[in-house]
Design a protein. Structure first.
Length: 127
């Protein structure tokens, strides 16, 4: 029984070729093309302007609101990505600073807790 369910689930989630062809045919019929604009004798820009001037006030308001929300979402997403990258770089730098400071504290603690005698300390040539 579980094998039959898995087989059916896989079939139901994949798009079928007939559905894709039907969607493409519907979109080809629905959206105007350049050839359709040339048949009427107007350019696509003129057709776009004509459609824009035919909009009512509430349609313009809805379009402006929709475009504003899309623009806001895009700008916000870009800012989020840049902020996360900058925060990640700052976090890596802070971790490196913490490790360097811990090494310095260990070195100073070792020097302070050593017996009172002459101690010569030098850092490696690479540092």
């Amino acid at each position: 029984m579980p094998d039959a369910i898995r087989a059916n689930v896989g079939v139901l989630t994949r798009p079928r070729a007939r559905e894709i062809c039907a969607a493409l045919a519907a979109s080809a019929v629905t959206f105007p093309t350049v050839a359709a604009a040339e048949e009427t004798g107007s350019s696509p820009v003129a057709a776009l302007l004509e459609a824009a001037f035919a909009l009512d006030r509430y349609e313009v308001a809805a379009l402006a609101l929709t475009l504003g929300v899309i623009f806001f979402a895009t700008v916000t997403a870009i800012m989020l990505v840049r902020t996360r990258a900058r925060a990640s770089a700052m976090d890596a730098q802070a971790r490196a600073d913490i490790l360097a400071l811990k090494a310095e504290v260990d070195r100073v603690k070792t020097l302070l807790l050593s017996e009172p005698q002459v101690i010569v300390v030098w850092t490696p040539a690479g540092a």
